[in-house]
Ligand binder design. Structure first.
Ligand code: DQQ
Length: 540
């Protein structure tokens, strides 16, 4: 157990022990952010799913609370599965979640806080008329789950639930006045063939003109709607930006070729079952995502835990590209920044690796900007047209322009290293195409852990440098390119690059071109000291 203790994260949300998966019902209430999560009270493997609960005033420093809901009725006997919160105009809260019944049928149930004057929302009362919804006609009994937050249209609430028909992924929409009785609306919010079961559907507005987030019911001019589905078939979260027609209750993607499940993803690494909520305190939309393990079940049992939540990300529409969202760690994470090391105007020659002397490198926030000379850009070869991070040779591959970036969680000889980098290639149209990748293939000397090469294309506009931000936290690396246009989360399990032996390097594995690091800032990060709520103290 203690041998693996270093893998526990220091500033990501994790329960005290055991298995955790999806975030549930995130909300802000009376000064507290609430996070509920799928938790197994008995082991580090999925099962017996209950709702864990924690609160924070800043989305970073969490306090554990007692379980919010446990499987104690026939309608959630096999698990209190994923659900969402809706805050009503009068300030009351409705939680709607999926129960897996004693016969493993998926139904929707409702629960309310027992005491709205309690800012901690410690006690939840399940509605006596549960379940409120059974799988409708034409839907399989185990393909009906994860209700969204509701939005208000013409005097009634609507909410979506994920499902599938044959292999077509769909989102059903229900209408309700009181959250107790529901009517299934005709047609679907949206459907995409061959995407399979849609889990954890999320549906929310984004502003195309302002940089604040929008409450879930907002609509009108200057508003687009994001539809997200978690694909059970491949365990990735896909989103698309489009338009919501209230009358027909249907959503249409801006670009049909980039539809939900076949287009862009929130994250190109390990990231699933995400959910947003509107934060009225800072007028922003915040995204949570579950980061699973990529080690073995045996290792999870040994270390006694499995699963993390991402650092919450603020999401906004990218007004520059107009084709993607921007995701960025909430600003509160910067309160953990301790000493900073800054490097300026470093020149990284082709084929070189430089150590960055910063002390231990297990808890870091790294912000780096690179510049490549434009004549070098022109020399980039046509041969790279089909570049793809996952099928490339990763950080060891060599091109005219990259890969260049950082090696995190590396030991001093780099026998272990996780590379986060850009690779620039020329597209068929002659324009440059930039890729952002994470190469785990040398991340650990252990052979029972996943080691993938992740990544995707990232829009880099004409006047922009290559910019990346990396959050390193023991066994998790969250990487963001171009201010959050493309994100990659990696779970890595080095055996040597741990504690004081974990180091940081900067590299450029291009064949000919050097890159200039115009700015590089590295902060040591404090721990978040997540702990139990101090019930014995007066804590106002
Ligand atoms: N996890 C929950 C389900 C959901 C899945 C069960 C997604 O409600 O579909 O733990 O990870």
């Amino acid at each position: 157990n203690s041998m693996l203790a270093w893998q526990r994260s220091a500033y990501h949300f994790q329960p005290p022990n055991n298995w955790m998966n999806d975030p549930d019902g995130p909300l802000f209430y009376k000064g507290w952010y609430h996070l509920f999560y799928q938790w197994n009270p008995d082991s580090a493997i999925w099962g017996n799913i209950t709702w864990g609960h924690a609160v924070s005033t800043d989305l970073i420093h969490w306090l554990y609370l007692p379980l919010a809901m446990v499987p104690d009725h026939w309608y959630d006997f096999n698990g209190v599965w994923t659900g969402s919160a809706t805050i009503l105009p009068n300030g009351s809260i409705v939680m709607i979640y999926t129960g897996s019944t004693d016969k493993s049928v998926q139904v929707q149930n409702v629960a309310f806080p027992a005491n709205l004057s309690d800012p901690l929302l410690l006690h939840w009362v399940k509605y006596s008329g549960n379940p409120v919804l059974f799988p409708p006609q034409g839907i399989q009994l185990k393909d009906f789950r994860d209700p969204t937050t509701a939005w208000f249209v013409n005097g009634k609430w609507r909410l979506a639930i994920g499902s599938k028909v044959n292999t077509t992924g769909i989102a059903l929409v229900y209408e309700t006045l009181d959250f107790l009785e529901y009517k299934l609306l005709d047609g679907w919010l949206h459907a995409v063939p061959a995407t399979g079961m849609w889990e954890c559907v999320d549906f929310y507005p984004v502003s195309t003109t302002e940089d604040n987030g929008l409450d879930t019911s907002a609509n009108g001019p200057g508003v687009k709607h994001v539809l997200k589905a978690s694909l059970d078939d491949n365990k990735h979260d896909y989103y698309a930006i489009g338009t919501y027609a209230l009358e027909s209750d249907s959503w249409t993607p801006d670009d049909p070729e980039m539809d939900v499940g076949i287009g862009i993803r929130y994250d190109y690494g390990k990231y699933y079952a995400s959910k947003t909520f509107y934060d009225p305190k800072k007028e922003r939309r915040v995204l949570w995502g579950w980061i699973g393990e990529t080690d073995s079940e045996n290792a999870d049992i040994k270390k006694d835990w499995a699963g993390l939540q991402s650092i919450p990300r603020e999401v906004v529409f990218d007004t520059k590209t107009k084709s993607n969202l921007i995701q960025w760690p909430v600003e509160e994470v910067e309160s953990l920044r301790l000493v900073k090391k800054e490097f300026k105007e470093l020149e990284i020659k082709a084929g070189s690796v430089l150590p960055l002397e910063i002390g231990a490198a297990t808890q870091l926030d790294i912000v780096a900007e690179f510049e490549v000379k434009s004549n070098a850009l022109e020399r980039t070869k046509e041969a790279d047209v089909l570049y793809n991070c996952s099928t490339s040779n990763g950080a060891a591959g060599r091109g005219v322009l990259g890969p260049f970036g950082l090696l995190v969680l590396a030991d001093k000889s780099c026998s272990e290293q996780t590379a986060i980098y850009f690779y620039v290639a020329k597209g068929t149209d002659g324009n440059l195409k930039s890729f952002f990748c994470a190469d785990e293939s040398r991340s650990s000397l252990a052979n029972d852990v996943g080691k993938q090469i992740y990544g995707s294309i990232v829009p880099v506009l004409d006047d922009e440098k290559f910019a990346m931000r990396i959050l390193v936290d023991h066994s998790i690396v969250e990487a963001f390119a171009q201010g959050g246009r493309t994100c990659i989360t990696s779970r890595v399990y080095p055996t040597k690059a741990i504690y004081e032996a974990a180091k940081l390097f900067i590299f450029n594995n291009a064949t000919e071109t050097s890159v200039k690091v115009t700015s590089l800032q590295i902060w040591q990060m404090n721990s978040a000291f997540i702990q139990w709520y101090p019930f014995d103290k007066d804590f106002e």
